[in-house]
Design a protein around this ligand. Structure first.
Ligand code: AHN
Ligand code: ZN
Length: 337
């Protein structure tokens, strides 16, 4: 009898033990599976906040060099950055425009982890164009533009990223750079002025020759240009592919992992003379341009439809696009260990 009872208990114990074991093994398997299939973490970025930052700039009026709105907006940007970052530098100066006018400019730079050697930078121009020379209405060709998309969108995203970097300290060094006097290039009907391309990006040309810190270096840079319109497409701009193919690949792959491949298609776009060109050439830092380009059967690629028109206002800004670009950049920063 006793032996019988004992053997029953033993058998039960074995059964329970093996049950436990299998269930344990199963949960282990599940954990492994979960680890393998774990989707990329959704980065922290608040599109409502970014939108507010875009609107605040546009509310000053067109931020054309040598105007009150431009001056007031600079104060706003510096104060905002100082709220999130202890190391803010203003680079002031004058540059000559295509028409001989001397433009007062301010490049504004915030450095997170300023002493870290391992660093990247994110930049965008903050000035707005003095003439809507692409407007369908010729009478408006001398009207300054709001530049909600062309200017304020990139800066709005970078202000929100600065706010986030202050809350969740990054491991690498990150410089946020607001470049000035990008959009004072000669109007469409005056492109016969000599070297017409180089009258653009005056702030970045200055910075690339006189970086804000001695021997400044970063692993790579990312320029944002027109990153807030609905259903924007960021074709892979050709200078970026020439100067920084690996950076293009990394950023577009991360965007794809987040489910944003409609915004970031693996499609080549034309060469655009933008701020990143002068940085690539002057500082040898591989720098890409995330710029709204659309495919066009005749010319290859074209800019965002309201480019340099009076329709580039707050109505053209879509929070979803701000979110897509902001989250992609936060994931890029987080991927840097
Ligand atoms: C040229 O048209 C040569 N560059 C345009 C760069 C630009 C202006 N991006 C925004 N506004
Ligand atoms: Zn422009």
């Amino acid at each position: 009898m006793k032996i019988f009872q004992l053997s029953i208990i033993l058998i039960l114990a074995l059964i329970i033990g093996s049950c436990n074991n299998t269930s344990h093994r199963q949960s282990n398997n599940n954990e492994e599976k979960q680890k393998k299939e774990e989707p990329i973490k959704i980065p922290l970025f608040d599109a409502d906040s970014a939108y507010t930052f875009v609107k605040a700039q546009v509310d000053f009026g067109p931020r054309v060099n040598n105007t009150k709105a431009h001056e007031k907006c600079a104060v706003y940007l510096v104060n905002k950055l100082k709220q999130y970052c202890a190391d803010v530098i203003i680079q002031k100066g004058q540059v000559k425009a295509f028409n001989g006018i001397m433009l007062n400019f301010k490049n504004i730079i915030a450095s997170f982890n300023p002493d870290t050697k391992d660093r990247i930078f994110l930049c965008s121009h903050w000035d707005s164009r003095p003439f809507a020379d692409q407007d369908p209405d010729i009478k408006k060709h001398n009207t300054p533009i709001d530049g909600a998309n062309d200017g304020a969108s990139g800066v709005g995203i970078l202000l929100e990223i600065s706010r986030q970097l202050n809350l969740f300290k990054p491991q690498i060094g990150v410089d946020i750079i607001f470049l000035d006097a990008e959009d004072y290039g000669p109007p469409e009907d005056q492109t016969r002025v000599e070297h017409s391309e180089d009258w653009w990006g005056l702030g970045s040309q200055y910075w690339a020759k006189n970086p804000h810190k001695l021997n400044y270096f970063a692993k790579y840079g990312i320029l944002l240009d027109m990153v807030g319109a609905s259903h924007a497409t960021f074709l892979q701009e050709k200078y970026s592919l020439e100067y920084a193919p690996d950076v293009v690949n990394t950023v577009w792959n991360i965007a794809g992992e987040l489910g944003y491949s409609e915004y970031f298609p693996f499609i080549q776009g034309d060469k655009i003379t933008d701020d990143h060109v002068y940085i690539n050439q002057g500082l040898n830092i591989p720098t890409i341009d995330i710029i709204h380009l659309e495919q066009n059967s005749k010319t290859g690629s074209v800019f965002y439809p309201y480019w340099h028109t009076t329709m580039d206002d707050m109505k053209s800004i879509d929070k979803t696009t701000l979110d897509v670009v902001g989250k992609t950049l936060m994931a890029v920063i987080a991927s840097e260990k």
